[in-house]
Design a protein around this ligand. Structure first.
Ligand code: MSP
Length: 505
């Protein structure tokens, strides 16, 4: 039996509430997951939250809460948003879950026993205010550390290191042999260049004196695990790596790990692949990475600290969750950055959903009701059969490339074709001429059948709207090919689906 399609997203830090970038990523993965399910594939979609680490500890401190209580509070905001946005994840990852902690500790113990982890002493400049070691990159032009770092002291600290450099040559050769491991391809190139420059091992511990909010090292309880080593492990801990090896064997590798461009190098492209190799995962079971761009506001990166944030929950309330889903999937070219604009959201919705698809549904059902009481007569041929077949093919190819924007473009072209057919043939004139009765039947059938296909082509992105379309068309036929509506089918009555957004954004 074919293995399930295993799709994951990054797990979001719980130091602050969710923002539009988090929402975009979860919707992108959701849409890919829904598309694969619709094509008959078993899917496991994992998403979740990253609850440990310094960021969370610091935010909790500022809020006057214990880190676990703070992380739980933030987690509930993520959960509520994913419900609002209809994110169809199958599994939920929380890094404080026992199954995850056990896996992280089991992996650390294995790597330690295998000699992949060693202890060493490192001296360096440490910013007390920022609670981090500084490198030469943080020095100003005069060679000194700037005032933003506060007091900087030289300290020597013992820590545990993972032998990352041992895997450098393998990683370079592996990537060379697998140019599709990272998409889009320019991100593969970026990663390959970073691997060529890789030097130094990875520090995977933090002394508890500095950071207490993390998973204890199994072999030294003066230390907790570095947050990235902890977080990356979620992709296998929630797949049963330690808790259910048989299930893990069936699910792994991840077919699509959806991540943002900022966490490819070094986290996913280098640390993660090296960790898996060190654990003994063979080359043909390495995960594939889908790297998306940033949703930007007014030209600059939406920083986690600048407060420059559009609230996705508020947008979902104002316009409806599916208007937001449609806009993000239609306008963001997978892999590229996108400028977020509420005006564009409204414009897309009004032109393509209200005037385009919604209006088409309404006109087609209205005409069928008025002229034929909803009864369809299937014609031998249809002017929409070829355009529908083309849209179906383009849509499938677009999803195979993980490009929902291109899939929606193909669907939008079919909507335009259908609306043009109505203008060209003027069914209201045909209805007055009994000699054209068969022709009118053909047009009414063609429009209804094209709408059935359009519901399928939009379903992954706007599932509730698609369900409403199926209900109004009174069909449950989900075959993605022309001719699903049978001879003699009776359509339902029309209810407006996408009321125009009339107010200014
Ligand atoms: N916790 C880590 C990921 C660990 S994965 C094992 C992290 N969290 S994050 O909250 O900062 O980011 C989570 C995801 O959201 C990342 O994939 C990141 O790229 C994505 N985005 C954060 N801001 C974004 C935008 N403005 N636009 C699109 N995606 C963005 O990194």
């Amino acid at each position: 039996m074919e293995k399930p399609f295993y799709i994951t997203t990054a797990i979001d830090y719980t130091n602050a509430p969710p923002h539009i970038g988090h929402a975009y990523e979860k919707i992108l993965a959701d849409v890919i997951a829904r598309d694969r399910r619709a094509r008959g594939r078993e899917v496991v979609y994992l998403t979740g939250v990253d609850q440990h680490g310094q960021k969370v500890q610091q935010s909790a401190q500022k809020a006057g809460l214990a880190p676990d209580a703070f992380a739980r509070g933030m987690t509930s905001q993520f959960l509520a948003l994913w419900k609002t946005l209809d994110i169809s994840y199958d599994r939920w990852a929380e890094t404080t879950a026992p199954v995850h902690k056990e896996c992280v500790q089991a992996i650390l113990a294995q790597l330690h026993a295998d000699g992949q982890i060693y202890k060493a002493c490192h001296g360096g400049h440490y910013s007390i205010r920022q609670e981090q070691f500084l490198t030469d990159k943080e020095r100003g032009p005069d060679g000194a550390f700037g005032p933003e770092w506060g007091e900087v002291v030289f300290i020597e600290e013992e820590n545990y290191y993972f032998r990352l450099t041992d895997h450098k040559d393998w990683l370079a050769a592996f990537l060379d042999a697998h140019p599709d491991q990272v998409i889009p391809s320019f991100r593969w190139t970026e990663l390959r260049n970073a691997v060529a420059k890789l030097s130094g091992d990875l520090c995977i511990s933090r002394p508890k004196s500095r950071l207490a909010w993390g998973i204890d090292l199994p072999f030294d309880d003066d230390f907790v695990t570095y947050v990235w080593f902890d977080a990356l492990t979620n992709y296998i801990s929630f797949a049963g790596h330690t808790s259910d090896p048989a299930a893990f064997g069936r699910l792994w590798p991840a077919d699509c790990q959806v991540i943002g461009k900022d966490i490819l190098v070094p986290a996913h492209g280098i640390y993660w692949l090296a960790m898996l190799r060190a654990l003994g995962i063979p080359d043909d079971r390495m995960p594939r990475l889908l790297v998306h761009g940033y949703i930007n506001l007014a030209g600059d990166k939406m920083s986690k600290s600048s407060g420059n944030v559009v609230d996705p929950a508020a947008l979902a309330v104002k316009y409806g969750p599916e208007a937001l889903r449609y806009y993000l999937m239609r306008e963001a070219v997978t892999g590229r950055d996108m400028e977020f604009s509420e005006d564009r959201l409204v414009a897309r919705y009004n032109s393509e959903l209200a005037n385009g698809l919604g209006n088409l549904l309404n006109r087609a059902l209205n005409m069928a009701a008025r002229y034929r009481e909803g009864l369809l007569r299937r014609p031998a041929e249809s002017p929409l059969e070829t355009p529908a077949a083309e849209a179906i093919a383009l849509h499938a190819e677009a999803f195979a490339r993980c490009e929902p924007h291109a899939a929606l473009e193909a669907a939008a072209a079919l909507v335009t074709r259908c609306n043009a057919l109505i203008e060209e043939t003027a069914p209201w004139k045909m209805a007055k001429d009994p000699a054209q009765a068969a022709q009118l039947d053909g047009i009414l059938y063609s429009l209804a059948e094209a709408l059935r296909i359009l519901a399928l082509l939009h379903e992954a992105v706007i599932p509730s709207a698609a369900a409403a379309m199926f209900a109004q068309l009174r069909t449950a036929d989900r075959r993605l090919a022309w001719g699903g509506l049978p001879e003699g089918h009776v359509l339902g009555s029309p209810t407006p689906l996408f009321p125009r957004i009339e107010f200014a954004a």
